[in-house]
Design a protein around this ligand. Structure first.
Ligand code: GLC
Length: 427
């Protein structure tokens, strides 16, 4: 247990990390490994900055939306200044948006944190949300248009939200995608040199098998000129994902609240919510008794109890069926909520999204638990995350079996959620 003094010292350290990773209007996740602006990392960074510097919080999300494409898509990476230490860079993606970028998106958590920052000071935030609202609306509309699971049978009703690349879910190498990844034969991948494994141990990163397929999918998107209709028609990889579905459902609710406050016509958003609630319910895998991912090309469930399964509460579903899963996964390892079921043979405590603990996903789960009336579980999750960071530092992720810090260090989003969720706000 950390003392009050230690907690205050950690608050200061978290602020220092955010300041050090600040490149002027945007924040990099960590120096070396991730030298650009990432989409959902920035939304978390804004949440953290909002606890001690509101203008800087607004700047973070406003810079992100400067990269928005004409079709509404907000890219997962903005390459503000080319850095040779990262692969694949802008030349590999070959995109033509307003800022050099990747051609895929990331979980749309921005509206969730924009609303929170606005609520911390509504007068200061009014003009910011007025300017961001139409941009968020266009982005959400892009997901509703281009990322639905085209039901194999229309009678199945509205489709959940899909990813077209594992990086889009923000859970790069989760076992959720294994089946769809196996459907790719990565022929014609141009020779490349990975840069991630020069910053971090290879056993904490995705394998070469995965990387070849990541790059193959980037090449496919590039060949289509990032044309969504063509990608939909051609790509073997399309997976309905709880991360996307639950975060978008939640983000719609926050956008609705902001739209109403701005006196906008919100009928379109109002129609999306019940539609997506119904779609989210199709991710329930009865055999697993859990929300799961599904290969949209075959209709086959992944069989994954992952940390994304527990985002149902954040999405606004008051689903008590997930409580027993939560307790089981929490009890299975000493250090908290693993990103993948520790009792599964696919669990790997150090390898990125196949087991390690991610403080940011814990934050989303904790917020959802609290709102749905499960304060005891929210506290348990928050306390375990607090102890882990206090003991092991502001790492990118942690091994749930021994708490070992893994991946990059001095990590922006870990520092941000320390301030905004674990420590509960204003510093
Ligand atoms: C990794 C993570 C992704 C994150 C990015 C930058 O790719 O999987 O979720 O956005 O790093 O931190």
């Amino acid at each position: 247990m950390a003392t009050a003094n230690t907690l205050e010292a950690l608050d200061q350290r978290a602020i220092e990390i955010l300041r050090a990773n600040d490149k002027g209007g945007y924040t990099i996740p960590t120096a070396g490994l991730y030298p650009y602006q990432w989409n959902w990392d920035s939304a978390f960074a804004a949440f953290g900055f909002g606890t001690f510097d509101l203008p800087r919080a607004w700047a973070e999300v406003e810079t992100l939306f400067k990269g928005q494409w004409d079709n509404g898509m907000v890219p997962h990476i903005l390459f503000h200044q080319v850095d040779e230490g990262y692969f694949p860079g802008p030349d590999v993606w070959g995109c033509t948006g307003p800022i050099p970028s990747s051609g895929i998106s990331q979980p749309p958590v921005a509206a969730i944190f924009i609303r929170k920052i606005w609520e911390w000071d509504k007068d200061a935030g009014h003009d910011h949300i007025a300017a961001l609202y139409p941009k968020l609306l266009n982005w959400h509309r892009w997901f509703m248009t281009w990322r639905r699971e085209r039901a194999l049978d229309d009678a199945q009703g509205p489709g959940a939200i899909c990813i077209t690349h594992p990086w889009e879910a923000g859970r790069d190498n989760a076992p959720d995608w294994d089946d769809a990844m196996a459907g790719i034969t990565p022929e014609g991948v141009a020779p490349y040199t990975r840069r991630d494994t020069s910053h971090v141990d290879a056993d904490m990163r995705p394998t070469k098998y995965d990387y070849d397929r990541y790059i193959w999918l980037v090449q496919l998107g590039r060949e289509t000129g990032w044309d969504e209709a063509e990608i939909l028609a051609k790509s073997p990889f399309r997976v309905a994902d709880p991360t996307m579905t639950f975060t978008l459902l939640r983000a719609h609710r926050d956008l609705l609240a902001m739209g109403q406050s701005l006196g906008q016509d919100v009928t379109e958003i109002e129609s999306w919510i019940p539609d997506l609630e119904q779609a989210a319910s199709t991710l329930w895998n009865p055999e697993l008794a859990c929300y799961d991912s599904r290969n949209a090309r075959t209709g086959k469930f992944a069989g994954s109890v992952s940390n994304a399964s527990f985002l149902c509460w954040l999405g606004g579903l008051n689903d008590d069926r997930m409580l027993a899963q939560f307790d089981r996964v929490m009890d299975a390892v000493p250090y908290g909520l693993a990103s993948y079921d520790p009792e599964s043979e696919k669990f790997d405590g150090r390898r990125y999204w196949r087991g390690p603990i991610w403080a940011v996903v814990n934050t989303l789960i904790g917020l959802g638990l609290e709102e749905q009336g499960h304060g005891d579980r929210a506290r348990r999750l928050r306390n375990s995350t607090q102890d882990l960071i206090a003991e092991k530092g502001f790492a990118e992720y942690f091994d749930p079996t021994d708490g070992a810090p893994a991946g990059g260090d001095s990590f922006t989003w870990t520092a941000a959620v320390w301030l905004a969720w674990i420590r509960g706000g204003k510093v």
